[in-house]
Design a protein around this ligand. Structure first.
Ligand code: BGC
Length: 383
């Protein structure tokens, strides 16, 4: 009996934590499908963040450097960080760098020289910030690497992200289950599209997925007809939709133009999945493949509902922002930030103490509970 009650409690707890990832998420509202609108939409978020977080009474300026406004998620990340930090009492210098490394370096330099007390950075290229961050270290400015690890710098104080390897594992497992790789006869055709080589996350996404899929590729149950399997061959510069699309165009015309079926395309995120979907729509006549993604961008959730994309990893940007605000607040008040991993993320200079949030997958079956009932999107945004 006791066991049953415990089991029911655990099941409820697990269901709840599935919804909130690493916890501490505030109930911020809408994310706009229009990217620039979503930046403006943070007022209600700020009200609710102040109600929900235990932070407050902070003072000082925090520099928040984001890579680009081109992708929906970074707009949400920036807006959530700004509103939650302001609600906790901090001034915020939020900058976007149009995916241009030099722009990001000079934005960070400005933050250092304009008295920011702490930096939160989602890097464009994890390897390009060593020199500028040496200046931060000299001035004792703590640095949190946001979502993407900053490499080869001892100036990185903490790292906060969703568990990147687990993102890839979940994508690989989704394909494994949907194709029933352990039981079905196969062989099945699969193609692979991952992210930017300068983004340290991309290798974790790819590695997690390939650790699940490689045994089936080796046994011949999965066949990569293009022959492109290595990270360098399947990477997509800047995670660009157009680049993924033109690579897929070439793959289809060389391998699938005769009507050969593509059973699955492993895409590491939604911007690449969009490119693959566009290409398939234009060039491919066979049965629609399983397509993975990540971020639950509005366009991709719409594609999911229209059966053009099978799943997307949901990384609730509210959860990550809340956690980072908690970390900032702890450090600004002279304490230590909460962490739950001290082993995984070696940036070449140190193993960076990290907080890893747990990603979950969304598909047509569970999107309503995860994305609508949780207030992340309204049903109308997904029409
Ligand atoms: C993030 C993903 C995002 C990708 C492209 C990665 O570092 O973790 O969520 O889709 O960058 O911006």
């Amino acid at each position: 009996m006791k066991k049953k009650i415990m089991g029911a409690f655990l099941a409820t707890f697990m269901a709840m934590s599935m919804l909130v990832g690493c916890g501490g998420g505030s109930t911020t509202t809408s994310t706009e499908s229009n990217v620039s609108d979503s930046v403006e939409s943070s007022d209600s978020a700020s009200d609710e963040a102040s109600a929900d977080t235990t932070t407050g009474g902070g003072s000082g300026k925090i520099g928040v450097a984001m890579p680009t406004k081109d992708l929906q998620r970074w707009n949400q990340d920036g807006a959530n960080m700004k509103s939650e930090l302001e609600a906790a009492g901090y001034e915020v210098d939020l900058q976007y760098a149009s995916n241009d490394i030099n722009t990001q370096v000079s934005q960070i330099e400005n933050m250092i020289n304009s008295d920011c007390s702490m930096l939160v950075i989602a890097s464009i290229d994890g390897d390009s910030l060593g020199t500028v961050l040496a200046q931060a270290k000299e001035k004792n400015i703590p640095v949190i690497a946001y979502d993407r690890l900053i490499m080869n710098s001892d100036a990185v104080t903490y790292y906060a992200t969703f568990d990147n390897y687990m993102v890839g594992t979940k994508q690989g497992e989704y394909i494994k289950e949907k194709l029933d790789l352990d039981n079905a006869e196969g062989p099945f055709n699969i193609e692979i599209v991952t992210g930017d080589p300068g983004d340290n996350n991309a290798r974790y996404f790819y590695g997690g997925a390939m650790d699940v899929l490689n045994p089936y590729i080796e046994s011949g149950k999965l066949v990569v007809k293009s022959g492109q399997k290595e990270f360098e061959e399947v990477a997509t510069a800047n995670w660009a939709t157009e680049t993924a699309q033109s690579r897929m165009d070439a793959i289809i015309s060389a391998n699938y133009a005769d009507g050969t079926v593509i059973d699955a395309v492993l895409c590491s995120n939604d911007s690449t999945a969009l490119g693959v979907t566009n290409s398939l729509e234009a060039n491919y006549t066979g049965a629609w493949p399983i397509i993975t993604g990540q971020d639950c961008d509005v366009a991709n959730v719409k594609n999911m509902l229209a059966d053009k994309q099978s799943m997307s990893i949901f990384k609730d940007t509210r959860t990550l922002a809340s956690k980072v605000v908690e970390m900032v607040d702890a450090v600004m008040k002279g304490g230590e930030a909460p962490i739950n991993d001290t082993e995984t993320y070696d940036n070449g200079s140190l193993v960076v103490p990290s907080f890893l949030c747990e990603p979950v997958f969304a598909d047509k079956e569970n999107y309503k509970e995860l994305l609508v009932d949780s207030g992340y999107y309204t049903e109308d945004q997904l029409k």
